[in-house]
Design a protein around this ligand. Structure first.
Ligand code: PLP
Length: 372
């Protein structure tokens, strides 16, 4: 019998996969966590040009190519008025690696990490892999992350808390007042605020705000091209933070990754510096679909807060609803896949065509009638 680490034995393959496997081949998949758009042409071309010029064959610097890191700095300045130096950025293999190196560099055995519940599945698993203890804190009834609940969960072992706006699986966007509170909590309690902003450009109402605006020293921003530019397959994300933190995260990144994939870095640099109207068009389309799905779910009789960003809705659902939908050929993800507080909810992704969404809503209505 092979020996495995205690840390790896504490995590398992995500429950979301099991849901996909349970569904038939012709099922309408509303379980997906990626936009259904092609990567912008100019981003693809950025990689093609670099490959053809022989620029993408070798390791890049550990932090990434300068033009990418400058593009990332410009993006944060443009979107949030943040003032990073390119040296404060590390390009990573997607937002996933960014979360990993941020946690590895900051927390370890004996530490506690406060995470949103329901929340993106990696927060719990990556915390456990560091040897630290995840402390899930339920979100509010409107599915936003509650700063007061985070503050109440702080103990002398707390090393970090994770915030995620717009949120997966909720689609909830934290209002500016809450974002300022996250920053205050990080400063006053001297904690790391790990701010996952991979959906930061996909906001329908109000503006995306970052705790880094108010607590730049305490915040590590995690972002990626994955969702913004429909580039999940390219695996390109980043961390941005204070120099001392970047130096520690670089130690981890250097040994687990060396550098992000060179072709992906050139594609990302082109995506970030090229025309942004593709993003606006995608966000407009998501907003129309959001309205369609929220109205449809309410007509069915389900309670659902209006999500203000990302491409997920999270209605409260009756017992048996998720299984009934899957049996009838619509894949949705049970809320408990994202934490105990997700029980009684389902995550529905609308990263699919209007026609499929309309068809799926009709099936969900029949499923609701069958289990109610
Ligand atoms: C909230 C959140 N953070 C991070 C990630 C990871 O993104 P990437 O594909 O860039 O690794 C995801 C992917 O679904 C996500 O939903």
């Amino acid at each position: 019998m092979p020996q495995f680490s205690d840390r790896v034995e504490r995590i398992s393959i995500s429950g979301i996969r099991e849901v996909f496997e349970a569904a038939g081949e012709d099922a309408i998949n509303l379980g997906l966590g990626q936009p259904d758009f092609p990567t912008p042409e100019h981003a693809r071309q950025g990689a093609v040009d670099a490959i053809e010029a022989g620029k993408a064959d070798a390791y890049t610097g550990n932090k990434g190519i300068p033009e990418l890191r400058e593009g990332i700095v410009d993006k944060h300045e443009r979107d949030l008025g943040l003032d990073y130096d390119p040296e404060q950025v590390i390009a990573t293999a997607g937002g996933s690696e960014a979360l990993h190196i941020a946690l590895e560099a900051h927390v370890g055995p004996g530490d506690e990490v406060i995470i949103p519940d329901p929340g993106f599945v990696a927060y719990d698993a990556l915390t456990k892999l560091t040897g630290a203890e995840p402390v899930p804190v339920p979100v509010r009834d409107d599915l936003t992350i509650d700063p007061a609940a985070i503050e109440a969960a702080i103990t002398e072992d707390t090393a970090a808390f994770v915030v995620n706006s717009p949120g997966n699986p909720t689609g909830a966007v934290s209002p500016a007042a809450d974002v300022k509170e996250f920053a205050r909590i990080a400063r006053e309690h001297d904690l790391l605020c790990l701010s996952d902003e991979v959906y930061g450009r996909i906001v329908f109402e109000g503006d995306h705000r970052s705790p880094a605006e108010f607590a730049p020293e305490q915040t590590v921003v995690v972002d990626a091209c994955s969702k913004t530019y429909s580039m999940t397959g390219w695996r390109l994300g980043w961390v941005a933070a204070a120099p001392e933190r970047v130096e520690r995260m670089l130690r981890v990144h250097q040994y687990v990754q060396a550098c992000a994939s060179a072709p992906a870095q050139y594609a990302a640099a082109a995506a970030l510096s090229g025309p942004q109207d593709v993003v606006e068009e995608m966000v407009d389309t998501f907003e129309q679909r959001r309205d369609l799905v929220v109205d449809g779910l309410r007509e069915i009789g389900l309670d659902v807060p209006t999500p203000e960003g990302a491409f997920y809705v999270m209605p409260e659902v009756p017992e048996g609803f998720v299984d009934e939908c899957i049996a009838r050929g619509v894949v949705i993800v049970p809320g408990e896949a994202f934490g105990d507080a997700g029980e009684g909810y389902a995550r529905i992704s609308y990263a699919t065509s209007t026609e499929e969404l309309e068809e799926a809503l009709a099936i969900m209505e029949a499923a609701y009638e069958a289990v109610r």
